[in-house]
Design a protein around this ligand. Sequence first.
Ligand code: KIV
Ligand code: ZN
Length: 525
Amino acid sequence: MTRKIWVFDTTLRDGEQVPGAKLNLREKLGIARQLKRLKVDIIEAGFPSSSAGDFNSVKEVAKKVGNTDDIMITALARAVKSDIDAVYNSIKYAKRPLIHMVLGTSNVHVEKKFGKSKDQILDIGVEAVKYAKTLLPDVQYSTEDASRSDFEYLWSTIEAVVKAGATMINVPDTVGYADPEEFGHLIYRINERLRNLNDSVILSVHCHNDLGMATANTLAAVKNGANKVECTINGIGERAGNASLEEVVMAIKTRPDAYNAHTDIVTREIMNTSRMVSEFMGLDVQVNKAITGENAFAHSSGIHQDGLLKSRDTYEIIDPKDIGLEDMELVLTARSGRHAVRAAFERLGINQFEDAEFEEVFESFLELADVKKEVYSHDLYVIVENYYKKRHKEGEKANSYSDYFYELLDLQVIDNTKFPSASVELKKGDQFMKGNAVGSGPIDALYSAIIDVCDLDIKLIQYDIRSVSRGKEALGKVQIQVEYEGEKFIAKAFDTNILRSSAYAYINAINSIIAESIIPKAENI
Ligand code: KIV
Ligand code: ZN
């Protein structure tokens, strides 16, 4: 069995320090429950001495999420009695509470922040640990700014607090200054001495991302003996953020040869957790972010798509299902090759093309991809239907798949404080339909007006909007996730008019539902 690496999640404490990312109690509890599903070992739920609200939410997390043996709940204290009391009084409801305290060890912290001598600071730390140990058996001590500290002073602090009873030592790269080789060496030296001093103490690291090296530094520490990592979901946190949980965990899982270790994380919950944190905190995940970015598993180059279809491992080192994504997303674009397009048709059950027929279909695909940029499965039905119509001149009316799909003709949205309202005009085959609705806001009214026409019981789970180009004519990209009969569908759309892109995205989602779960498969086209 490989060495277990403990995962300490500080999304609700360091992550919540991001300006504007404040969570309410319901959201904090939601994230804490999801972290438990993800099976992190420790949740740091907040900084209770900072406000009554924070105290209360830590207490609720301790009571409602920390009520089982499989998870520890902690919260942060400075090395002062009132902070330690606030942590104890908020986490004591958990089955396995842990007091976490922090005190600086670098010259700049000791001299400039505290204006004290090194000996005085060391004594304060030792007294704080001794006090915390009168309250609880498990105490973590963080040597803030460790990576910029004088090694012998850092070590004498660690030695003294371990002798005072600290059960976990956390070595932070507080300002993201370390480099992987140097940080690995620091952890190696500490680990060597710690193993001689007290083998049962957990050695932990907490890395910030100011130079983009938080994940690399954390992994270097794992290689050099750290057996606990402190991370946040999506890498959020103070300034440039913390080491990202999903990156550290998936690196350990994907490269057992390099790390010879494992975590207990249920990696299939990674995407759900990432989306929840992003949604609740209002912080978008960068599109090309490793593991959880929108493009992390999207292959758009024709050469890559062709390779993937021959064998996944040509261009994919992680199975998307492992992190909770349904499957790799082959975004069909004008750059997609024949192999990818044929495979997309086959996934829809359309597999009867002779080579010459397929060439014609592929030509139509390229024409559409030029106009639409991204081609969905329902577009493929339209392509194939047009192809057969062309081929048989008039075509078979009964088999016309575009009769099932909706198209937006026009929309009007009126926003006011009392009754935001919307009306839409849609087309399906040769039917023209109008829908109207009021809603709690303009988008809610717009989506209700579309449902007024389509009459499907759809739940909107996620709605994201952002600009994907610059200037006055910038394209607004809307991405949504909806649920229909327990199945989730993602759709997106671009337009310079954000109400139109919102409507197109919703109609794309509806058409995907129709394509995938309502109309019969296309063998009999
Ligand atoms: O960055 C840091 O040093 C911290 C400590 C509280 C661990 O967040
Ligand atoms: Zn931090």
